[in-house]
Design a protein around this ligand. Sequence first.
Ligand SMILES: *[C@@H]1O[C@H](CO)[C@@H](O)[C@H](O)[C@H]1NC(C)=O
Ligand SMILES: *[C@@H]1O[C@H](CO)[C@@H](O)[C@H](O)[C@H]1NC(C)=O
Ligand SMILES: *[C@@H]1O[C@H](CO)[C@@H](O)[C@H](O)[C@H]1NC(C)=O
Ligand SMILES: *[C@@H]1O[C@H](CO)[C@@H](O)[C@H](O)[C@H]1NC(C)=O
Ligand SMILES: *[C@@H]1O[C@H](CO)[C@@H](O)[C@H](O)[C@H]1NC(C)=O
Ligand SMILES: *[C@@H]1O[C@H](CO)[C@@H](O)[C@H](O)[C@H]1NC(C)=O
Ligand SMILES: *[C@@H]1O[C@H](CO)[C@@H](O)[C@H](O)[C@H]1NC(C)=O
Ligand SMILES: *[C@@H]1O[C@H](CO)[C@@H](O)[C@H](O)[C@H]1NC(C)=O
Ligand SMILES: *[C@@H]1O[C@H](CO)[C@@H](O)[C@H](O)[C@H]1NC(C)=O
Length: 779
Amino acid sequence: MTIFFSRHLLILTTFFFITPSTSSDTLTATQILTTNQTLISQNQTFVLGFFRRSITNYYLGIWYNNITPQTIVWVANRDNPIHNSSGYLKLGDHGNFLLLNSSGNLSWSSNETTAKNPLLQLLDTGNLVLKDSSHTNNNNNYLWQSFDYPTDTVLPGMEIGWNFDTGMEKHLTSWKITGEDPSSGDYTMKLDYHGLPEGFLRRDNQTIIFRAGPWNGEGFSGITAMKDNTDGLKFNFNDDEHGVMYYFTVTKPSLLSRIILTSDGEFERYMWLQASWNKFWYQPGDQCDYYGVCGPYGVCDNNASPNMKLPETANVFVNKSMTLDECESLCKRNCSCTAYANIDITNGGTGCVMWVGQLFDMSVYPSNGQDLYVRLSASDIGTSKNHRVIEAIGITLGALVIVLGLVAICYLRNKRQQRSRGHDSLMNEIYSGGVERNMDDLELPMFDFDTLTMATNNFSQDNKLGEGGFGSVYRGRLIEGREIAVKRLSEDSRQGIQEFKNEVKLIIKLQHRNLVRLLGCCIEKDEKMLVYEYMENRGLDSILFDKSKRALLNWERRFNIIYGIGRGLVYLHQDSRFRIIHRDLKTSNILLDGDMNPKISDFGLARIFDKDEIQTKTLRIVGTYGYMAPEYAMYGKFSIKSDVFSFGVMILEIITGKKNRWFSNDKDEESNLLENVWRHWHKGTVMTLVDPSISNSCTESEVVRCIHIGLLCIQERAEDRPTMSSVVLMLSNEAPSMSNPKSPGFSARKTHSDMDSSSSRQDETWSVNEVTITVLDAR
Ligand SMILES: *[C@@H]1O[C@H](CO)[C@@H](O)[C@H](O)[C@H]1NC(C)=O
Ligand SMILES: *[C@@H]1O[C@H](CO)[C@@H](O)[C@H](O)[C@H]1NC(C)=O
Ligand SMILES: *[C@@H]1O[C@H](CO)[C@@H](O)[C@H](O)[C@H]1NC(C)=O
Ligand SMILES: *[C@@H]1O[C@H](CO)[C@@H](O)[C@H](O)[C@H]1NC(C)=O
Ligand SMILES: *[C@@H]1O[C@H](CO)[C@@H](O)[C@H](O)[C@H]1NC(C)=O
Ligand SMILES: *[C@@H]1O[C@H](CO)[C@@H](O)[C@H](O)[C@H]1NC(C)=O
Ligand SMILES: *[C@@H]1O[C@H](CO)[C@@H](O)[C@H](O)[C@H]1NC(C)=O
Ligand SMILES: *[C@@H]1O[C@H](CO)[C@@H](O)[C@H](O)[C@H]1NC(C)=O
Ligand SMILES: *[C@@H]1O[C@H](CO)[C@@H](O)[C@H](O)[C@H]1NC(C)=O
């Protein structure tokens, strides 16, 4: 009876509290926050309030104010929801605040503090802080802050890592189901400070899924997409006696960006651009990222030019003030030394990290990695002297030898285990074993040959839409009326049926509004076919280069096309589960739907056709004159940056309405579009090149910005070209700054001598079977 009475009293007393007025950002000791109320930060960026998941679970959390779908960045009582909507939040008696359910029982509370007059405030950064209102002057001295208790999201300014002074450790723990169930999930991302500090993504607190690689001054060496300032972000890392912390800031205040650890164990960066969340990178990104795939000493090589993710550093010698020379001599004097490197690659390189014992989990990246000096025994490098030597070699030349050697070791090791095992079955294995994802969980939609024969009227010439590098495309109509496009692959795909199916399963998973949807395939009678959705307005080239139709594309539509292609490429390059390099981007591979929205077609086909080769180089160059990056056309070296080049060419074509041609006769200066644009750019007269049919509908500043971006994309050196995510930022005018373009690659005269022996076909798909590749003379 007494208990009932006192409980009743408690409920009554709560109603004597005032509730905060709408759009207030603070809660004082005399106020409570009920489930139907919120605190909104001063400039309206973030909201603190209650959200509901499943039917009866209420959580206190923080989310973005004006963003749909609701994007939650912090949860207080993630493992202890309130089950009735009458719960509330109030400040407690011990300088803390409490979350209570309707019968007054505690669901969650913040740590006790010394605050005499506690005050809760939601800041514009998304940080919920507890202050003592009797000390008004020390503004930033928070007694408690939500940034100290991250859930699955890192916001700008939020630190992850260790504070040695307070003994506090901050890490991420995924939701049980991202977006649905906020309770603590299986994955954690923690900074480890033994040896050189680095981040580890683990499952169940044990199994290491991914290692971010040590901090090298610019970013974690294992996250290549992390590059200072290119994406409007600045990364920071503190490593001193007070603590080891990672945090990032945005260079442009209006830019919203967050990193999240998902319930699938992925570490993803999102940016809010053009009213939606864009995934800018994620880790683990490709098969090399999975921890220790190649075993000790194995180097996983994803792409062309070599830059290293440093080996695991839990067991190393570290001295931050030593120079590289001192580091080398230390390594020479110590018989167990296996490798050494700089700690920080900025300012010409400082510090010494030395490995003893096995080198584990290294990767090679196309850019933004760093030099690792590996000690080799004499026999390893083929001399007959029997003492061990140090090969301290510059990365561009020497490390390549090592890398190739190690790749070979890794390759042979795998080969021994399973004769026919190539890159893809390795990936299968990772997916079905290590990471518990199975390629076979997806039903592959199969069409039968007769259906497609009927739909395309026996592949009649009338239904032929075009001919590309990989085969012919036919228009078709299924019996139920649906229109399709059927790609009949040419014979020279040497792939086995199972491999082909695996590839198709992979491509079918790639879904994005700027990619043509693959509906299924057909494997019958020695034929392989792919079935796509049909695009009403066909190829961009058929409208852009047609005098009577080009006016259909006003500037707004053209910009929308450029932006859409950019987004599709970001998805292929870094957003989808597998990094896809298109390798044959051109206007005829951009299809337009009924509303002139662009969709990239033929993506992923390069994978189907190039099986038996290492990814760094190709024996068979697929591509189209006019769109090929110089390093690809001449040496067969391809990377995401060769796609960026083709994209740049397309931007310029879309704006000028002119086709880029390579094999012009020398008198006709005008016909090399790239050179022409470059010349006018310097004279400040690029606007004269704009297609007359858009001159009324366009804004000069926008057009100039797009041309600028186009020129950045076609720069001669692949390293100078921006990544597609930077390009998309620049297109949405969110990039902090744009550099001046350097000279474009492949200007007409240079190519002449290189390519004279080839034919003079224009705009045709080109394939050469025996291009000599000289990987070693990368300089
Ligand atoms: C919440 O629980 C209280 C006490 O059990 C009850 O009086 C109230 O009706 C419930 N509210 C709702 C919305 O279920
Ligand atoms: C909010 O909830 C409280 C109690 O739970 C109730 O008294 C009040 O009327 C509600 N306000 C609104 C606007 O629904
Ligand atoms: C409040 O929480 C207590 C303890 O967790 C629980 O026993 C009680 O049923 C809850 N009350 C309501 C109305 O959910
Ligand atoms: C809930 O709160 C009441 C009174 O506030 C208390 O008597 C009861 O033991 C609490 N129940 C739980 C499960 O903590
Ligand atoms: C704060 O409280 C949490 C649990 O609510 C506890 O794990 C943590 O150690 C506390 N932190 C400090 C600094 O007391
Ligand atoms: C991981 O460790 C934390 C604390 O050490 C524990 O609360 C949590 O339940 C563990 N998670 C798993 C999946 O074992
Ligand atoms: C709100 O404030 C934060 C932090 O001061 C700032 O980064 C952000 O740009 C502001 N947002 C707006 C919309 O003004
Ligand atoms: C080599 O370096 C390691 C790591 O610093 C150290 O433990 C070991 O004693 C050294 N060995 C010699 C022979 O100096
Ligand atoms: C690091 O190396 C420098 C230069 O060799 C030396 O003076 C310093 O004592 C070393 N520091 C540690 C902690 O070993």
